[in-house]
Design a protein. Structure first.
Length: 491
């Protein structure tokens, strides 16, 4: 819950089949209130909350408390960005795999010069389970085994098809986050003074962000740097300390396809780059010519990518079956919705609205009339006046809907005409979601789908009427508050 962008904690309660929230102090007039709801256990910190913590370090002290607890999926340090005096520290290096239900061996990352596992205690595994959308932080020798001298871990049970398997290696990490996510410990190899400043960027529950962090050492994936050692070439035949680079330079592989340069945090030797210093190319980023010129065979390139899925605007649709049994699927579009401006009675020949320009523009020569829904009533019209903001040429209660005796200002007037018909020819018979593997949907929901109907719905944010509060109540007073019939019944 946010009021004008500030997180607030009202008291929530259930009342008459609804949820009410009570603030300690009434929000100001015209305050913007944003409520986010999540279908998760109350014990989980469902949203991802970004926080920047700035700490002045003390020489010789390596462990510090975090003000924003880091939850839940390991590696916590790879999902946290830490800088000391403006230079990013090196996190764990990770390799991200997809489970298939049968594979049990998963490789470690070798992008930072790793060849095999040196210390099994440096290796960790996390499995993001697609079926529950939760993470198993695996336990070594119970959920998996790691053996020195090999380049893979072996899971006790094969992760399910579609699960994300993260194999991480802390061998060269310059900091670590405690298991409870409340402390950070700087590695003893990192130099700092009592005047140094540490900046810790945390995301609390980073799980929804599906952060992936990879560490590369060198001039690019597939590149090899060869340095001429002493007395290897004839005198004066090559420059001093000459190095020769072969293979791809300035290109760094990732473990998923990326498109948006704004979803990255990229550093070279701890110094942050910005969009323009690199571009995306499928499952890799490519450094600009200027940046390539600064990278050597020992450069440490850390690439953090935040998933590009976004919270989409609300979508809404109406399924309307008329008295003849004809079914229509209609988008509810905020850009084609207005409000009643003055009382509407049974005998009125005009309905005044706040903004008639958002409704379908029709006249007596149109092929079809304009259609709006006012609450549960379907109204057609043949004329519209955008100067005085009314519709006329009315037919009330069409399609078998009830006629409202009186409509008061504030009721929504929603376009229900041809422009809002869902366009897919198989709307009534096929799912509107992206298909899954052998199932009717991939589980990512309508707002992450790209079908014809999903794209049509996402093209316009919905404004859904509160039917229970506005349309299904027959009166505006509590029972027994006044004499019977004192308040006119609207329906």
């Amino acid at each position: 819950m946010f009021v004008n962008g500030v997180e607030t904690s009202p008291v929530f309660a259930a009342s008459d089949g609804k949820t009410t929230m009570t603030f300690a102090t009434a929000p100001a007039v015209d305050a913007q209130i944003h409520v986010f709801t999540f279908n998760q256990a109350t014990s989980r910190d469902a949203p991802s909350k970004y926080k920047l913590q700035t700490t002045t370090l003390s020489a010789g002290t390596y462990t510090y408390s975090l003000t924003n607890t880091v939850n839940y999926a390991q590696p916590l340090d790879a999902n946290t960005i830490v800088e000391i005096d403006g230079v990013r520290l090196r996190p764990a290096n990770s390799k991200y795999h997809s489970g298939d239900g049968s594979t049990t061996q998963f490789n470690i990352s070798t992008t930072a010069g790793e060849t095999t596992i040196v210390n099994p205690g440096d290796i960790g595994v996390a499995v993001i389970q697609q079926s529950t959308n939760t993470t198993l932080n695996a336990v070594r020798n119970i959920d998996y085994t790691a053996t020195a001298g090999v380049a893979f871990v072996t899971m006790t049970t094969a992760p399910a098809d579609g699960d994300t398997v993260i194999v991480y290696n802390r061998a060269s990490a310059e900091y670590s986050i405690s298991g409870d996510g409340q402390e950070i410990t700087i590695d003893g190899s990192v130099s700092f003074t009592s005047s140094s400043t540490m900046r810790v960027n945390t995301f609390a529950n980073h799980d929804p962000l599906r952060i992936q962090t990879k560490v590369h050492v060198g001039q690019g994936t597939g590149s090899t740097t060869v340095i001429d050692e002493f007395d290897e070439v004839n005198f004066d035949t090559a420059g001093f300390d000459r190095s020769v680079v072969s293979g791809t330079v300035g290109t760094y592989d990732l473990d998923r396809t990326v498109t948006n340069v704004n979803n990255f945090w990229v550093t070279v030797n701890g110094v942050r780059l910005h969009p323009g210093d690199y571009i995306t190319n499928g499952a890799e980023i490519v450094m600009s010519t200027q940046i390539q010129a600064t990278i050597s065979g020992t450069s440490v390139v850390v690439i953090t990518h935040i998933i590009e899925n976004q919270i989409q605007p609300s979508t809404g649709f109406r399924i309307f079956q008329d008295m003849n049994g004809t079914v229509e699927y209609l988008r509810m579009c905020k850009d084609a919705t207005t409000e009643i401006a003055t009382d509407v009675l049974l005998t009125d020949t005009k309905i005044y609205v706040k903004d008639a320009s958002v409704l379908p523009q029709v006249d007596v020569n149109s092929e079809y009339p304009g259609v709006v829904f006012v609450g549960a009533e379907r109204v057609t019209y043949w004329e519209i006046n955008t100067t005085d903001n009314y519709i006329t040429g009315l037919r009330r209660g069409t399609g078998g809907t009830p006629i409202l005796n009186r409509v008061v200002p504030g009721f929504l007037v929603v376009d229900g005409g041809k422009d809002q018909y869902l366009p897919a020819a198989d709307t009534h018979t096929k799912t509107w979601y992206d298909l899954g593997s052998g199932v009717a949907a991939d589980g990512l929901g309508l707002q992450q789908s790209s079908t014809t109907n999903a794209n049509f719905l996402k093209a316009c944010q919905a404004q859904v009427p509160n039917y229970k509060a506005e349309l299904n109540a027959a009166e505006y007073m509590e029972d027994d508050y006044v004499d019977d019939d004192y308040v006119e019944r609207l329906f």
